[in-house]
Design a protein around this ligand. Sequence first.
Ligand SMILES: NC(=O)c1ccc[n+]([C@@H]2O[C@H](COP(=O)([O-])OP(=O)(O)OC[C@H]3O[C@@H](n4cnc5c(N)ncnc54)[C@H](OP(=O)(O)O)[C@@H]3O)[C@@H](O)[C@H]2O)c1
Length: 185
Amino acid sequence: MFTPAATYLITGGLGGIGLAVAHWMVAQGARHLVLLGRRGITSDEQAQAVAALQDMGAQVYIGHADVANADEVQAVLTHIDQTMPPLRGILHAAGVPGSGILLTIDQQQFVAAMESKIAGTWILHDLTRECPLDFFVLFSSMAAVVGASGQGGYPAANAFLDSFAQYVGSRACPHRALTGACGTT
Ligand SMILES: NC(=O)c1ccc[n+]([C@@H]2O[C@H](COP(=O)([O-])OP(=O)(O)OC[C@H]3O[C@@H](n4cnc5c(N)ncnc54)[C@H](OP(=O)(O)O)[C@@H]3O)[C@@H](O)[C@H]2O)c1
């Protein structure tokens, strides 16, 4: 399913789902992974999970970047370009849960839940437009459909992901160099 001759970028790659997906990808043949987050490895559990990926034969690069910061994301993409096999897939799993109900949160809280998903998605899309990706997977949530108690910004951010996937998959977005699929999970 995954080629050892490619690099795959997982934003939020050191989070719970990111590490689980990384493990699955390496078991399926991926050999070059970039796990992107703002803080890098901060726990023994993460360090052990990364070591396990390396023991399975994977090259793992920890990309330090806020996915909502285009310059920081570009720096990670440049590192891939200069030192790793071609980027062929993106899994955008960076996210911040919760933000309180809309009646009580302030702008800062609302933006915190939105920026990794909305700005982050657009930045990843924009900076890799010319890159022939096999897939661009966005980790949305059923909260986008049914809501989530006390989390005003989070469902809205995920609803953006769902709409973005439809946009990229449609003729309205002719500039996305996807060879495979774009969708949410
Ligand atoms: N867990 C669930 O049950 C569930 C259900 C539905 C959907 N999802 C979605 O699945 C994704 C992963 O969930 P998870 O449970 O694995 O979450 P998690 O364990 O909290 O991991 C999220 C990761 O995202 C990174 N992150 C957050 N903001 C970022 C930013 N601006 N730039 C770069 N990295 C950022 C965090 O690292 P840093 O703080 O170091 O940046 C963290 O490692 C999320 O998008 C979530 O909405 C999860």
